[in-house]
Design a protein around this ligand. Structure first.
Ligand SMILES: [Zn+2]
Length: 417
């Protein structure tokens, strides 16, 4: 095994520019929600170039009925998931390398000093939306398959590559891919700066619809201002955030404020001289692994009901709650799970430090594998300004990350004789 690993590592060092070129090719194909087709076609072509037969499939609408699915509101047609299997010779453990193709909006673009779709390089940084989160990790996954093929290295277990949609809004892509390709372990190569994401929160999005009564502002007391009626609701939700942070999940014990309720959007009224008759809050709430979406929805609805009960108008015109986007529980993988331990040991051997176990206050796709009993964590490269202006990838982190993953793959899946 050692001589094979040396060959892979040398090849990765030698082909560093090819790997960063692959990241750039992906960054230059914008893949916002609903616009993933071109980037996914590129991924499928790349896999064909590796000599694999990519599985390119649109999600079925029935995915929306599964537990922990969410609804982005965008139909699935023409924006496929892509996967391919580097078939093992048999007798080894299988592994999923997963990455998401979707990126969040670069807006406001004026805040960028680089082209968000340009993949421009300055020093050891590549700039662009998705350069770090997570076209870097996705490129590493694809590139590793290519390098194994080019070197004629056969694994015993199957290596399954997945490029999925909707990580940033629902997780439906990984939800579907995890069920389609059972495996013995999974690594999501999100940018973790060489640490290991071991736990992450669940997330729901919800809307609160508040009804008032429209009137001319000149006779405002004859109306009911729906924006003003949102105030006690907002306070109740902030109280819920505070209460939820009083409990501490052990994996999150070191964090100050792991649970976050965010009032992300408020829409109400349309004219300064009209009392608004309607107001809507669009919110995001996280919660600890082990709690279910249904439990958290109940908590939200109860908090809103209680606030409404203290207000004469709202008690007679109770706000309603609806759900869209993320509707998924969180997950934890045990630190002593065999693939996690193996990843830690290769990281230490190659990079010389002990990786930290991260508990993330945002969600990621590893959960769907853990829900199925497939131990999964995140491990990936470094960078900054994720979901912000001038997102960048530390190009120097690509090859070291790929080397750890290559060693892990050989060890986990086994090398054919
Ligand atoms: Zn990501």
């Amino acid at each position: 095994m050692n001589s094979t690993l040396e060959r892979v590592w040398d090849e990765l060092e030698r082909r560093r520019d090819e790997l960063s070129g692959l990241v750039a090719d992906l960054v230059r194909r914008p893949s916002l929600l609903g616009q993933e087709a071109e980037a996914q076609a590129y991924v499928a072509d790349y896999l064909r170039g590796v000599g694999l037969e990519p599985d390119v499939w649109d999600l079925s609408p029935s995915v929306l009925d599964l537990p922990n699915a969410g609804n982005s509101g965008v139909p699935f047609d023409g924006r496929p998931n892509v996967a391919a299997v580097l078939r093992g010779t048999g007798g080894g453990r299988s592994l999923v390398l997963n990455g998401h193709i979707d990126v969040v909006s670069p807006e406001p673009v004026e805040a960028w000093t680089h082209d968000p779709w340009g993949a421009g390089i300055v020093g050891n940084r590549m700039y662009g939306r998705g350069a770090c989160d997570m076209k870097s990790g996705l490129a590493i996954n694809l590139f590793l398959a290519k390098v194994f093929r080019d070197l004629g290295i056969d694994l015993k277990g199957d290596l399954i590559l997945q490029s999925v949609i909707e990580e940033e809004c629902t997780g439906n892509g990984a939800l579907d891919a995890s069920r389609r390709y059972p495996a013995d372990a999974a690594i999501v190569t999100e940018p973790t700066d060489g640490d290991i994401t071991q736990a992450h929160v669940g997330v729901i999005w919800f809307r609160v619809h508040i009804t008032g009564r429209a009137a001319h502002a000149a006779v405002a007391p004859t109306g009911v201002n729906a924006i003003v009626k949102a105030v006690p609701i907002i306070q109740a939700l902030q109280d819920l955030d505070r209460r939820m942070n009083e409990d501490r999940h052990p994996a999150f014990a070191d964090l100050d404020h792991p649970i976050n309720l965010n009032i992300g959007v408020i829409r109400g009224g349309d004219w300064p001289s009209s009392v608004p008759g309607a107001c809507e809050l669009h919110c995001r709430l996280s919660f600890y692994p082990g709690q279910t979406v249904e439990e958290i929805r109940r908590e939200v609805e109860e908090a809103i009901q209680q606030a409404a009960a203290g207000d004469e108008w709202l008690s007679e015109h109770p706000p309603t709650v609806s759900y869209d986007g993320f509707q998924s529980a969180g997950s934890v993988v045990p630190k002593d799970a065999p693939p996690v331990q193996m990843l830690v040991s290769w990281h230490k051997k190659l990079r010389g430090n002990e990786p930290r176990f991260l508990a993330r206050t945002g969600t990621n796709d590893m959960r769907y594998y853990n829900f199925l009993g497939i131990p999964a964590c995140c491990y990936g490269p470094s960078g900054g300004n994720l979901h912000a202006a001038d997102e960048w990838l530390d190009l120097d982190s690509l090859v070291p990350t790929a080397k750890v993953l290559a060693a892990f793959i050989c060890d986990w899946c086994g090398l054919a004789d």
